[in-house]
Design a protein around this ligand. Sequence first.
Ligand code: NAD
Length: 473
Amino acid sequence: MKHANFIGGQWVAAVSGATDEVLAPATGEVITSVPSSDAADIDAAVSAARAAFAEWGTSTPRARSEALLALADRIEDHLDELKSIEMANVGKPLSIIDFEFDLTVDNLRFFAGAARTMETQAAGEYMEDHTSMLRRDPLGVVAGIAPWNYPLNMAVWKFGPALAAGNTFILKPSELTPLSALRLAELTEGILPAGVFNVVTGQGETAGDAIVRHPGIAMLSLTGDVNTGKLIARNAADTLKRVHLELGGKAPVVVFDDADVDAVVACLAETAYYNSGQDCTAPCRVIAGPKIYDALVSGLEAAVSALITGSPEDEATNVGPVISAGQQARVAGMVSRAVEAGAQVVIGGSTIERPGYFYAPTVIAAPAQDSELVQREVFGPVISVQRFADEAQALAWANDVDYGLAASVWTSDVGRAMRMSRSMMFGTVWVNNHIPIISEMPHGGFKNSGYGKDMSRYALEEYTELKHVMIKH
Ligand code: NAD
């Protein structure tokens, strides 16, 4: 695999010559190094993407669709290799990685199909002697700034709709996990014309910031932290580029007394610790009814104690490392402050002493609603459980966070499920399940979880400009 920027179909070092080391979180060892790019490299990528836009932006939807389908097939042909890259660079266990890659390929095939199905209001004579018609035109050069938790999948969520709609694209992967993006760039060779898809690696404050401020970029899509989103929205204001923000989450899991407790426990034991809890929709904030609370806590204790934390390559491993030493320290700090404030450790609650960055799967009981553990995203293998008194309090607690990405409600009462899903202020509400996502349905936040939708035809529309053409007869 090449460890260089991919700009205009060429593999190039950063103009400055600087590089960043890339680490393996399961060992803490250096895997390799990649360009540490800055404004000069972003400028070169914008020029290449602009030049490629002339042809790609006027190609037929069928041609774009066929290219994206060919790329999806090529990714599928290289899945084992891509999984190995992501296992080493992100620490994802072998046991969980298939689901993510199956979704990634399906997401790309969905956007390939969607390229041919764009819709608008019917053309017509809405004013006498004039015909009005609507177009959905591409924006031009679009950039995606990706996080480290699902590097390849988040890349597809951004370049899939962007390219399907006729834009050309610059991807800046996370500085922690750039390797699958570089392999992806190699896989595009011979399928996408030079300059249609570019990858520039580097830090957020340099390469990322240069994207945010570049006047030649029409739209930027970030998946990342809430504070990064706020900073980017401010810094992008001078160029008035369109900004699409998929930010953090703090998903409540509201469990009523009439829920199937075994189903809740089984779902949480799997999904709350999936990807070491580094998932923006992870079910991390359990709000349980007064009667079901005790059974739920003891069920979770038993289920979580059976989880195996260890090396990503080991087939038995359920939970791998967190991404970095900094993330490990953040998780440990949040848990210890919760305990100092009076919450109880049901299970876990400590780092695991071994090379790499591991934290034990953890359940914390009875943190206060206004505590840091309930209010802030941990992004680690930690869930909290609170006991509510009645439906009104359950709803109030569920909504009482700055985030609004995803939530679930568990009950056998259909009317209550409907009431709760209407009133919960989250972009996705699951009933009697938590986590599944599908290409056809949108994913995105309310409140501080950002704005803009990923996946679905609604995402495709966001990567286009609606234009009114009015013809006088
Ligand atoms: P992060 O905000 O630290 O980094 C995300 C990206 O932004 C990286 O590529 C980084 O280099 C870049 N960046 C950082 N500062 C920048 C700046 N000043 N200008 C331009 N770019 C900058 O986030 P992370 O730690 O990589 O990812 C974890 C976060 O992502 C969590 O908060 C998680 O909830 C969120 N996330 C959200 C979703 C979603 O769909 N809503 C999905 C996955 C992850």
